[in-house]
Design a protein around this ligand. Structure first.
Ligand code: ZN
Ligand code: ZN
Length: 183
């Protein structure tokens, strides 16, 4: 940067010693002698209140960048551009992978849902057919009244029906006693 570096007040050039200069936030450069002569913190070029930053290897990056070679900045920018393309490709692949997995899961869920709906539809139809059958054949189904012989049958403990039905009303023992239980 030495070919253009000079004090904006006295125009001195000090080769290979950038730390002999300071830069202001109003973008003016002064040699250390002129900085010392500056009244307070006023810039002698534009007469604005300013702050001075010594040109040094540890100066803030946002100031240091103005003292770098433009070619160097372009090279870095190109590298960043290439890196940004790699980053874009990487993130794109990750997104595609996620989309593929989510789509596959959705398809599986959709298949399960369709199977469940088909089963439900089939069951509904079977229920409907059964209801229709019952309504149609209701008259043909014999009604079982409490006096029906089947309801008055007494069963032995081994659950085999007795050879002849007996009427509960004729028994003196409570109905839960079986006729074969010894009294
Ligand atoms: Zn100067
Ligand atoms: Zn200035």
């Amino acid at each position: 940067m030495e070919d253009w570096l000079h004090c904006n007040a006295c125009y001195i050039r000090i080769i290979h010693k950038p730390e002999s200069f300071s830069v202001t936030n109003c973008a003016h450069i002064f040699c250390n002698k002129c900085v010392a002569k500056a009244a307070g913190s006023m810039c002698v070029v534009c007469n604005r209140k300013c702050s001075f930053t010594l040109l040094h290897v540890k100066m803030p990056a946002n100031t240091a960048i103005y003292f770098k070679e433009p070619k160097e900045l372009v090279t870095k920018a190109m590298e960043m551009l290439k890196l940004s393309e790699d980053v874009r490709k990487f993130q794109s692949l990750q997104r595609k992978s996620l989309m593929k997995a989510l789509t596959s899961k959705n398809e599986q869920k959709e298949k399960l849902l369709q199977a469940a709906v088909a089963t439900m539809t089939k069951t509904k139809k079977e229920n409907s057919d059964l209801k229709k059958f019952i309504i149609k054949n209701r008259k043909n189904i014999p009604s079982i009244s409490p006096s029906h012989p089947f309801m008055t049958m007494q069963f032995s403990p081994d659950c085999s029906p007795p050879s002849s039905p007996q009427r509960i009303s004729s028994r003196k023992t409570p109905p839960h006693y079986y006729s074969s239980v010894p009294s």
